[in-house]
Design a protein around this ligand. Sequence first.
Ligand code: HEC
Ligand code: HEC
Length: 216
Amino acid sequence: MPSRVLATAFVAAASAAIALALPAVLRAEVDPEHGRQLAYTCYGCHGIPNYKNVYPTYSVPKLAGQHAEYLTLALQGYRSGERSHATMHSHAASMSEQDMQDIAAFLVGQPLKPGALPMGNAPAKAAELCVACHGPDGVGITPQYPTLAGQHADYLERALRDYRDGGRKNPIMAAFVAGLTDADIRELAAYYAEQRPALTTAKHAMWFVEAEKPGK
Ligand code: HEC
Ligand code: HEC
């Protein structure tokens, strides 16, 4: 079967699965102000531009402008162990469902950095396998699909290898990266990292000053 047909079938199946999972994710009310307070502990890593994870070394992901529903799903993945990162597991394990949604609602309030699109030539594999969900410009086409545009290339590479090699067990992504070589992954990561409008590092300093305001 040509891979485009296969991809279309996967997209249909994945969309159906996600639609079923939706009611658990959506909540009537979210409280971004509560999220801002909780995000205090997160900014030690996510609020510092180009901050690195160590052993192995790669950039801590940018969160500002990411889809709120995706952020919640990602945190649930760390909590359940579907994603294997130990520090993020311990953070997520201590959070309630509401905490996750409140933090996500706070982070999503920070807009994508604007810019022209698309930048450069998309690798053939992107058109074949990725744009159906992540868009030609790397902006996820539904709130459950992450935006990749402007994300650190080394983080995108790390995530793609984890989907391929089992560090992340998401079944949708595992299917799409199974046949990718390290060179494919590097090329795709570099392409999406260059796209605009772009994710940014959540603004630590501004957030901190705001938190210090009397009455807040
Ligand atoms: C010690 C540094 C550190 C702290 C503190 C931290 N994180 Fe993370 N976070 C990371 C790293 C590193 C990753 C990438 C993990 C991986 O490879 O999956 C990550 C990944 C994430 C992701 C997934 C992003 C994506 O694009 O999929 C979310 C969401 C997230 N963190 C939210 C939080 C929140 C909310 C807090 C605070 C409660 C927090 N993090 C605290 C280092 C940290
Ligand atoms: C059927 C829709 C779909 C297709 C097609 C798809 N993805 Fe994804 N992608 C997702 C979903 C859903 C997630 C979130 C998975 C999770 O919870 O870990 C994701 C996550 C990712 C992440 C992790 C982002 C982060 O912030 O951690 C990267 C990188 C990624 N995809 C790149 C790609 C690339 C490159 C391709 C093509 C080879 C591709 N995806 C094809 C749906 C898709």
